[in-house]
Design a protein around this ligand. Structure first.
Ligand code: FAD
Length: 414
C-alpha cells in the first residue's frame, strides 16, 4: 500500500528523519534513474520502506518534497459505512458475580457529558445471568437504555460469546461511541469486537472529549513511553471505541428518580456458543491493601533512599488507615512489590488523599494519581514537577517531615 517511486527519490533522507517507526533507510539503488533526456543519476541512494515496521501513518508522504512516496488507500478493502447511521454513546456494564463494577459508573459519568454534547442518548450493555436487577442502578447513574442479554452461559465473562453478542448488538443498533473499562475483561473484549466491526480502538485513555461539529471522539492517552499525551481520533469508522482505566474518572452520582428503557435481546445458541467454559473462580489471596480501592495512599519514591525507610510511610499509613504506594523507581529498586506501583505501568488510583513522598512527579507517575482529590507532596526540591499538581506542597527533608506528620495525626486521633 505504500511505496517509493524510485525515479523521483533523490535520497535526501527527509523521510527518514520524520518516520516515527524507524521504518525507512537509504540503500544503493541498483536501478538507473535517468529521465527521458538522460538527466539524473544512473545509480544512487534511494529510500526503501520496511513494511514490517511501517504503520502507514503518512508522515513520510507529507515530508517528501519530490512526491516520491505513494500511499494507496485500498478503499475496496475498507467497508464503506454511513457515519450518520451511527447514534448514541454506549458503555459496557462489566459485571462480576452479577454485580456491575464501579468502572461502569465512572464511564457513565463521562458518557453523559459526551452524549449531551452530541445531543444523543446513553446506553449500557449488560450481559450476564439474572442481572436485570442491576439495570435500575445503571439508569440512576445516567443510562437512558440498557441492552440486556441474559443466559446462564453468560454468568461469567467468556471472550467468544460476549464478543459475538456485542458485535450483533453493534451491527443492529449502530452506536456512535462505545466505551469500556480498561480492565482485564474490557481489554480482552474490546480488542476482539473492534477487529470484527472494523473499528479503531484506543486503549487506556486518560481523557475523553468530543469535537461537536465533526462528532469525533477525542481520545487522549500517554504515548511514546508516556513522554507525550496523544489525542487520537477515528474519523472513518464507527463505533469510536475506547477503554479507560478504573479510577481515572469520577463515578456518576445516583439519581433515584431516574428511569430508563430495557431493551432485551434474545440471541440464538450460535451466539451463545463458546469453545471455553469457566469452571471456577479462585480468588487471589493477598495480605496487601489494594491501593486502587484505598481512600488514603501514602506513596514513596526514590527519595526514600532505602527499603527499610518505607517503615516511615507504613506508620503514617497505619495512623491514617491508608495504604502504601510507590513510584516505579522505588519498585524497580526492590523496595516494594509491583502491586504497590502507581502510574502508567502500575495502578491508576483516585483516593481522597494522596501523599507523594520523595517522588519527583514524572508524567508516567502523574497519569496514575493526578485525579486524586487532595495531593500532598513532600519534596526537598522546590522545583520538582509534583508541586504542579499538588494541592499542598511541603518543601523539605521527608525524613524530618514524615515522622512529625505521623506524630501529629496520632495526637489528633487520640
Ligand atoms: P526521581 O525522579 O529520582 O525523584 C526522586 C525525588 O525525591 C526527587 O524529586 C528528589 O528531589 C526527592 N528527594 C530526594 N531526597 C529527598 C528527601 N530527603 N526529602 C524529600 N525529597 C527528596 N514511574 C512511575 O512512578 N510509575 C509508572 O507506572 C511508570 N511507568 C513508566 C513507563 C514508562 C514507559 C517509562 C519510560 C517510565 C515509567 N515510569 C513510571 C518512570 C518515570 O519516568 C520516573 O522515572 C519515575 O516515576 C521516577 O520515580 P521517582 O519520582 O521516585 O524518582
Amino acid at each position: 500500500m505504500i511505496s517509493v517511486i524510485l525515479d523521483k527519490c533523490v535520497g535526501c533522507s527527509l523521510c527518514i528523519k520524520v518516520c516515527p517507526f524507524g521504518a525507512i533507510k537509504l540503500v544503493d539503488s541498483p536501478r538507473a534513474c535517468v529521465d527521458a533526456f538522460g538527466r539524473g543519476e544512473a545509480v544512487g541512494k534511494k529510500a526503501v520502506i520496511d513494511l514490517d515496521k511501517c504503520n502507514l501513518c503518512g508522515a513520510c508522504l507529507e515530508s517528501c518534497k519530490f512526491g516520491a512516496i505513494r500511499l494507496d488507500k485500498k478503499e475496496s478493502i475498507i467497508k464503506k459505512i454511513k457515519l450518520e447511521d451511527y447514534k448514541g454513546v454506549w458503555v459496557f456494564a462489566e459485571q462480576k458475580k452479577g454485580k456491575v463494577q464501579s468502572v461502569a459508573f465512572e464511564l457513565l459519568a463521562k458518557a453523559k457529558d459526551l452524549a449531551k454534547d452530541l445531543n444523543t442518548e446513553v446506553s449500557a450493555v449488560l450481559l450476564g445471568d439474572n442481572v436485570e436487577n442491576q439495570a435500575a442502578e445503571l439508569f440512576q447513574r445516567g443510562a437512558d437504555n440498557v441492552y440486556l442479554v441474559e443466559d446462564a452461559k453468560l454468568a461469567s465473562f467468556c471472550d467468544e460469546a460476549y464478543t459475538k453478542i456485542i458485535v450483533k448488538l453493534i451491527e443492529k443498533y449502530k452506536p456512535e461511541i462505545f466505551l469500556s473499562g480498561a480492565t482485564t475483561i474490557g481489554r480482552s473484549l474490546m480488542a476482539r469486537i473492534a477487529v470484527i466491526v472494523n473499528a479503531g480502538l484506543t486503549a487506556d485513555c486518560t481523557g475523553l472529549d468530543v469535537d461537536k461539529e465533526k462528532r469525533l471522539l477525542l481520545q487522549t492517552r500517554p504515548a511514546f513511553g508516556g513522554n507525550i499525551m496523544a489525542t487520537i481520533i477515528c474519523p472513518n469508522h464507527r463505533p469510536q471505541m475506547a477503554t479507560v482505566r478504573h479510577k481515572v474518572m469520577k463515578e456518576a452520582g445516583i439519581d433515584k428518580n431516574r428511569k430508563g428503557k430495557i431493551i432485551r435481546e434474545k440471541l440464538n445458541d450460535d451466539a451463545l456458543f463458546s469453545r471455553t467454559n469457566v469452571l471456577q473462580f479462585v480468588e487471589e489471596i493477598s495480605s496487601t491493601v489494594n491501593i486502587a480501592e484505598a481512600d488514603i495512599i501514602v506513596s514513596g519514591g526514590r527519595g526514600m533512599k532505602a527499603k527499610e525507610n518505607f517503615i516511615l510511610l507504613e506508620e503514617l499509613a497505619r495512623v491514617l488507615g491508608g495504604a502504601v504506594g510507590a513510584s516505579r523507581s522505588a519498585v524497580d529498586s526492590g523496595w516494594l512489590g509491583y502491586s504497590h506501583q502507581v502510574g502508567q505501568t502500575g495502578k491508576t488510583v483516585c483516593p481522597k488523599i494522596y501523599f507523594a513522598c520523595g517522588i519527583s512527579g514524572q508524567i508516567q507517575h502523574l497519569v496514575g494519581m493526578q485525579s486524586s482529590k487532595i495531593i500532598i507532596a513532600i519534596n526537598s526540591d522546590p522545583y520538582a514537577p509534583i508541586f504542579n499538581v499538588a494541592t499542598y506542597g511541603i518543601v523539605g527533608d521527608l525524613f524530618e517531615i514524615i515522622p512529625k506528620l505521623t506524630e501529629e495525626f496520632k495526637k489528633a486521633r487520640q
